[in-house]
Design a protein around this ligand. Sequence first.
Ligand code: ADP
Ligand code: MG
Length: 708
Amino acid sequence: IQKVSEQLQEQRRNLPIAKGADALIREIKSNDTLVLLGETGSGKTTQVPQYILESGVLGSGMIAVTQPRRVAATSLAARVAAEQGCSVGDRVGYAVRFQEAYGPETKIKFLTDGMLARELLADPLLSKYSVIILDEAHERTLNTDLLMASLKGIQEARKGNTKVPHSGKGKERADNSSCGALKVIIMSATLDAEKFSRFFGNAKIIYVKGRQHPVKIYHTVTGQNDFVDAALRTFFQIHVDQPPGDVLIFLPGQEDIESLEKSISSYASQLPLGKSRVVVCPFYASMPQDKQNKVFSPTTNGQRKCILSTNIAETSITIPGVRYVIDTGVHKEKRHLAGVSGSGFNTLLVCAISKSSAMQRAGRAGREGPGFCYRLYPESAFRDLPDTSEPEIMRCSLASATLRLKCLQRDFFDLELLDKPDGSAINAGMKTLWMLGALDTEGNLTPTGRAMSLFPVEPQQSRALLESRIHGCTREVLAIVAIQSASSKVFYDPGSGSAADSNEPGSRDIERRDQAQAARAKFIHISGDHMTLLNVFRAYEDLLKSSGGDSKSAKAERRDWCNRHFLHERALTEALDIQTQLRRICDTMRGREASFGLSDPNIELDWRSSVAEGPGSTVEAEKVLKCLMTGLVQHGALRSAERGYCPIMDKSKTIKIHPSSTLAGKKFDAIMYDELLFTNSGSTYARCVSAIPTSIISDLSAYRPRST
Ligand code: ADP
Ligand code: MG
């Protein structure tokens, strides 16, 4: 252990940022706000919090370091804990949605920007923290942008210059100065420093010089239709022809990663002996911790590591040993549905990256020596890329963020932001909340809205949860929301990774897909995907009852059961955990309905309430779907014989049921769905779909918001 930590300390000392550590601390001491800019891999994220900790600037407070992605927050915490020689959860911890590891000792806390935004609701001055680092600010996520807007006011309030910017209704006004001044550091990998600096009243900008070696960039002559296939061929060209060095391939999402992993592994096994062995390491947001470690562990002689990664390895995480980068030129982007206007929700789309992303990706090859980057697109295509991606706040549903702002007695109209979304987008978010009953016609928060904000899930889901207490099916709705909130999907779909267009239903491995569908047939509920998820969840709970425990054989039995049914066990165990956490929130509301202004003294919000008629009854499905529909009121579609399904919010469109749905190809009068997927070929698919029971179809078109 001693030797390992010596090695780590040596690595720390050799990082480009180490030379400037003392100067940096001086600047932090003398400035309230700093913008810190530096080459990816120079040591900003892992080192700056430790320098601050060691310098004594902190006093009794903590450092928060935000990350746009949960996998970055957890793995950076692991790395920094190792460098500090402690376990995760001691001096160094993390908090991501539904999962946290920190305690009274924790001084450095890595957390997603979404988690810090939620902490604001309970603690509007963020009084636990002395220093807040907003990392990866160049990504311009909605939450980071909103945090920037809030932090300005908090800094003023904590200096005692202004009143608390926004404390919850009925709360005591906190003593502004009791928690001391707040230092804010904005960290970014690219050159938008001036904009951040201006926003914070011309805050000082500090540059960290990185160590960057030349990277030779190759483009393809023509565009590639199938980037997974192109990446496969390029990888083997490198592997066969080029000297040692690990390969990093950027792909849009988990499906493409899994599909390429399979092809590389199967071709690599056919290589002649004597060639170095290929070690394939997938790396994406919902990956289990133990698999992540493999990404960072060095290969032995005669091995070549091939890392298949989403955007995560672009700037958040630096993987040592990489000499070759293959850039597919695409990533997944959260987008608010244009076209189906006012429907108020996000979808993930495979889109072209920006020039700045392409440059970051290439840069990953030159960390330790000269490197090579193979772009799977022509040079002309590179020139046509936008300089930077559009900030998330300009292209996402604002409903969830509006609800949080309303709880702090703010809204998008009065907020000073780096970039302000236009009025129609702000109004669409408000309209969604109004339709959910979270805002009244004047745009004021209702008791329902305040209660919804307590749940760290989408407004559509918290609305359904609240409704469930009226119908006595909280347990069922909770299970469905939990399974939907897990970070990976529960159904393992062989052949879902289609290369040319990841949203297009795949044609690969159709046989295996049929096999998976047959194995899961017994879970299928005639009403569709939501009740089917509930059936899967229950079956897993039953399995735990019959073969619970942590014995090797019990675990093996569960693993085997999941494999046989093509289910991701991790999603199920995560869902159980999420269920427990959501249940705790329900329990804290029990008996306190009055304090939320929720009338109905006769109805308890009791997670234990489940449908009296029992599982499988038609009453059960009807009750559960009725609750879900209060959340999905904007996500309904009616079918006409001539046109097929038309979304109720935009009847000029038609949509199809996605082939992954248990209802694919079936005809109902009305359906509701969790999300719509757009394919690049112009079709729109509804995913996670249920038929709306005939008895409640009229509720859908005649929907009027009401408080519970
Ligand atoms: P920056 O934030 O400036 O991009 P980081 O502080 O994230 O840089 O990383 C600094 C260096 O620490 C990286 O170049 C990498 O070599 C090393 N590093 C970070 N995390 C890990 C890890 N989990 N395992 C091994 N090395 C790591
Ligand atoms: Mg970083």
